[in-house]
Design a protein around this ligand. Sequence first.
Ligand SMILES: C[S@@+](CC[C@H](N)C(=O)[O-])C[C@H]1O[C@@H](n2cnc3c(N)ncnc32)[C@H](O)[C@@H]1O
Length: 406
Amino acid sequence: MVNNSYRQSYDILLSVLRDKTYLHILMKSNTSKHVAKIVFGVMDKYYELDYIIDNLADKKPKLNIKIILMIAGYSILYLETPINVVLNNIHEFLADIGKTGVKSFLDALIRKMDNREFSLPNKSNKHYLEVRYNMPSFLVGLYRKDYPDTFEQIIDVPKLNRVHIRANCDDSLILNADETAIKTLTGYYVNNNKEIAMLSLMGQITYMGYASTLVAESIKVTKDMRILDTCSAPGGKAVMLASKGAKVIACDIHNHRIELITDYAKRMNTKLHKIYQIDATEYVERWDSWFDVVLVDAPCSGLGVINKKKDVVHNRTYEDILSLASLQQDILQNAKNYVKKGGLLVYSTCTVFSIENQNNIAKFLETNKDFTLEKIELPFENNGEIQFLPDGKGMEGFYICHLKRN
Ligand SMILES: C[S@@+](CC[C@H](N)C(=O)[O-])C[C@H]1O[C@@H](n2cnc3c(N)ncnc32)[C@H](O)[C@@H]1O
């Protein structure tokens, strides 16, 4: 039984670490609690386990062998599984996948882990921050570059048990579902209990991060205002804007994500004007200077919400972030064409890095003299840009910028 858990955990971890498959796609509703514990546990302690294995092994093991060692190491060090149980499971598992040739190598390493024949890096070790914050050192470096004095607070922000929701119903329904609900400008922080989940299924509420709702809230919608949402799926902001009376055209590049927008608008009983599958870097002539507001809620590194995305943190490379910044610039340079004179180009990301946010906007403004930063009408001090940082009280890392076309 436990052995089967090892096999399933191994398959999931191999898919995440070798093929870069998203963890949430691999975790099925029938995945056992034990498997989930091992998979999330290994992802949570990836750099620590990696460091320990590197220290104990004479040469770096291949990824598949490393994953087996990580499962064994996590079971011993964090689940307190007795060594003989771990070894039995590993032996059966190796027989199952036809890899008994590495048995003695693995046995020796697993026993060393059990005997704690390793030490973790101290502050002067170059791997210290990587292990402490469980993320690649280039990422720690990016946080440190933008937030030299506070980067550790930002990375290490405590996880909040509450979730943020936007309501499509009377406040009393929410307070009945959770009497401890805390009101925000756009919704509530609630405990995600069964009643709240039921309201979501019925389209009475929707789960939406607070900062994410503030993007839509920052746009002062008037009736029938024309809004183009260039990167729309799953549709959170498009549907929120449409619910305020705007005529929203929602687009996304991915066909399978277009369905998410359709389903979401239906569940929330909100009408979107049109939905198109389209690449936001491609020019559409009929939209030229047509919209009051164009929203670019760009694809980004997503590192404003690191607590939620262990696999994203692990699988990101510096080259990914550079290429995202360049895609964001290309989308902006195309989307600007659709804004009418006096209209707004709104740019947002769920990340905290200047290369994707402030630097991208500065670069855009250099070549687009007809656009200027426009103060955002939200109760947060700004000159057209707001960088929200994760605060442990529910705010996620998020960037919002308003650019007016003059
Ligand atoms: C941050 S998500 C958008 C979230 C959405 N605005 C919401 O509030 O629910 C970014 C979206 O951009 C889409 N995307 C990525 N590249 C794109 C492109 N070149 N053109 C249009 N959409 C793109 C992705 O498929 C993804 O759905």
